[in-house]
Ligand binder design. Structure first.
Ligand code: NAD
Length: 363
């Protein structure tokens, strides 16, 4: 009997629907070639949710996401919604999805595709073969800690406060994700903290070390965040898996991802304890290029690959999809954002078609 999976597809705004359309093309091929049954349910989110139902995360969209085996998201946001009340802005949908699905672990691979080495701002020898996975805690830390806010003191001056909080269970569960991910890779975890200054991340270091006792085949090292920022530029290939807090992960994952050259190439996965998981490109809705058929769909297509690896336990599909993308790039096909001398420039639809054709041959 063929395996069946329910996928909720949230195209969103700007280039979101364009890159999602190409990713859906790829899903259909995988479904047919692997003899699966993929039930795709599309729902509005972000600005599109606001237009359809007056809220960036309409109830029906949230329900569809909660009942799915996996969610595939395009991107949200745009100038049209920049002046509406903060609570109704498209980006609020992302926080709503993460918190209601309990997605506490954000996985962001920074892997360089050999044909794109020249697109990196770093030297070839520094980035060639680069393959890092940043595991960022996503629902705790200073972005959520209380108390928070800006208050006016008796003398009329103002005081801004945010609070860095982590409980032992929050640290334990993200550490487990990192060690499990490392077990499927090169078995090497760097835990990043600022334990020399922040007590909370001293606890982080202690708990990660304790969890490591159950993962003796994995190497664990600790590094301060300032050193990590420096090492990522100096010698990024020393890293396999990086696990860190919400804010450090926010910054370091952007830094790590840009080692590879283009934002249009980078997928991500957000995982929780249960079956819920969300897959999305790391880029935004790129309103400056929306509707022109020039967006790079590869980050979204690679997010589909991560879905098969992490949600459906079909890692082989991800391996082949990554190879197919590498092959299409090696054949010289480029969207505008990764265009280089001698490349054959194609649009979003044509890039999706090239990947689809190659996948038909290789899957
Ligand atoms: P962005 O990622 O949308 O765009 C940054 C730059 O990269 C732009 O020049 C854009 O044209 C380019 N770019 C992005 N994705 C590309 C792709 N696939 N192919 C080719 N070029 C690409 O970031 P921004 O401009 O800061 O934000 C635009 C909107 O997106 C804002 O409303 C922002 O809030 C939202 N946003 C959403 C998400 C999300 O949905 N997860 C993430 C970041 C930003």
């Amino acid at each position: 009997m063929s395996q069946e999976f329910n996928i909720t597809v949230l195209p969103g705004d700007g280039i979101g629907p364009e890159v999602i359309r190409e990713a859906v093309k790829i899903l259909k091929i995988i479904e047919r070639k692997k003899n699966l049954k993929l039930n795709l349910t599309e729902a509005p989110v972000g600005g599109a949710g606001y237009e359809a139902a007056g809220h960036p995360l309409p109830d029906d969209t949230l329900k569809a996401a909660q009942s799915a085996d996996a969610v595939l998201l395009g991107a949200v946001g745009g100038p049209k919604w920049e002046t509406i009340d903060f609570s109704l802005r498209p980006e609020r949908a992302l926080l709503g999805l993460r918190s209601s699905l309990g997605l506490f672990a954000n996985l962001r691979p920074a892997k360089i595709f050999a044909p794109l080495i020249e697109a990196s701002t770093l030297k070839r020898e520094v980035v060639e073969g680069l393959d890092i996975m940043v595991v960022r805690e996503l629902t705790g830390g200073i972005y959520f800690g209380e108390p928070r806010g800006v208050e006016t003191l008796a003398d009329g001056t103002r005081r801004g406060v945010n609070t860095l909080v982590y409980t032992e269970p929050e640290i334990e569960r993200i550490a487990k994700v990192a060690f499990d991910v490392a077990g499927k890779r090169n078995k090497n975890v760097f835990s990043i903290d600022k334990a020399n200054v922040l007590e909370c991340t001293g606890l982080w270091r202690e708990v990660v070390t304790k969890v490591h006792a159950d993962y003796q085949d994995i190497t664990l090292s600790h590094m301060y965040v300032d050193n990590c920022a420096m090492q990522l530029v100096r010698n990024p290939k020393q890293f396999d898996v990086i696990v860190t807090t919400n804010m450090f992960g926010d910054i370091l994952s952007d830094q790590a991802s840009m080692l590879t050259g283009s934002i249009g190439m980078l997928p991500s996965a957000s995982l929780g304890d249960g079956k819920a998981a969300m897959y999305e490109p790391i880029h935004g809705s790129a309103p400056d290029i929306a509707g022109q058929d020039i967006a790079n769909p590869l980050a979204t297509i690679l997010s589909v690959g991560m879905m098969f690896k992490y949600s459906f336990n079909l890692e082989g599909v991800n391996t082949i999809l990554e190879k197919v993308v590498d092959d299409v790039l090696a054949q010289g096909y480029r969207t505008g954002d990764i265009m280089s001398k001698g490349g054959k420039q194609v649009g979003c639809i044509a890039m999706g078609d090239r990947v689809a054709e190659e996948l038909e041959k290789q899957l």
